[in-house]
Ligand binder design. Structure first.
Ligand SMILES: Nc1ncnc2c1ncn2[C@@H]1O[C@H](COP(=O)(O)OP(=O)(O)O)[C@@H](O)[C@H]1O
Ligand SMILES: [Mg+2]
Length: 258
């Protein structure tokens, strides 16, 4: 199988499309961030929560997850995968929503090497097709920042490109985030991907000049500012969703919900 295999040909989602038979367009997106531990899972879960609230069959996908523990149920668990599964409403095998679940909490290509695995795009793209078939909306969470190696020739930015998904950028508000955010925006746009929107997330409560940082980003990021999530006591999907206006995203299904 190769990426040119017609089974894996994925229609670009960067422009609003109408499915056959007058069906409303699908909402799918790729969530990336300025770093690891800055709120990608929280925002992805908030997005899934909002989709479910709108009556949509929504499924999260974490194609590659590094760091898993054996649970009492005898299955390997990763926090991100569990949170996305809890926020969505489509039950699929974890081997589909996360084709590469790695045990070591390390950079994916390193964690994979420890298990003698080479991460390849084909199982991810095949699983994505399957998830699409089972749901109306798919939220794909990246790994770490935007460009994280998955094997010697393939990284997470390549994955976003192959999935042809509009990208939502989560900016973890901390000193240095402006450059991280603008570099990420540049990388997304240089690959011809659509930057559908961005979210500011207060990973710490007391960042100095947080308002000024957000204003600087608003001025420079050429995409809708979807909202600013404050430092939450209980960082749940529902709580975070209160602060984000997802309706600015292309194909957001609010108006089309049953
Ligand atoms: N706005 C927030 N308020 C409180 N805690 C947050 C907030 N955003 C993220 N967190 C917490 O920070 C940690 C990292 O967030 P997460 O969404 O897992 O980041 P990422 O997916 O980018 O690694 C988690 O424990 C999460 O609950
Ligand atoms: Mg995460």
């Amino acid at each position: 199988m190769s990426l040119d295999d017609p089974v894996l040909a994925i229609a670009p989602q960067t422009q609003p499309t109408t499915a056959g038979g007058g069906m409303p367009p699908r909402f799918n997106c790729f969530v990336t961030g300025t770093d690891t531990e800055i709120g990608k899972t929280l925002v992805s879960s908030a997005m899934l929560h909002a989709l479910v609230e709108n009556g949509v069959r929504a499924c999260g996908m974490k194609p590659v997850a590094a760091g898993a523990e054996l649970g009492d149920d005898g299955k390997w668990h990763n926090d991100d995968c569990d949170q996305l599964a809890a926020a969505g409403n489509v039950n699929l095998l974890q081997s589909i929503t996360t084709p590469f679940l790695l045990k070591e909490p390390a950079a994916p290509h390193i964690a994979a090497a420890l298990e003698g695995i080479i991460i390849s795009p084909v199982p991810i793209l095949a699983a994505y097709v399957e998830i699409n078939a089972a749901s109306d909306a798919v939220v794909v969470e990246g790994v770490g920042g935007f460009i994280v190696p998955l094997n010697d020739e393939f990284d997470t930015a390549d994955l976003a490109e192959q999935l042809s998904l509009p990208v939502v950028l989560v900016v973890g508000l901390r000193l240095g985030c402006i450059s991280h955010a603008l570099l990420t925006v540049e990388a997304i746009l240089s690959r011809g991907l659509k930057l559908a929107g961005w979210v500011a997330n207060e990973t710490q409560a007391d960042m100095a000049f947080a308002d000024e940082n957000v204003a600087a980003l608003e001025q420079r990021i050429p995409a809708p500012f979807l909202g600013r999530v404050p430092r939450l006591e209980q960082p749940s999907a529902a709580a975070a969703a209160e602060y984000i206006d997802f309706t600015q995203l292309p194909n957001w299904p609010l108006q089309n919900a049953i």
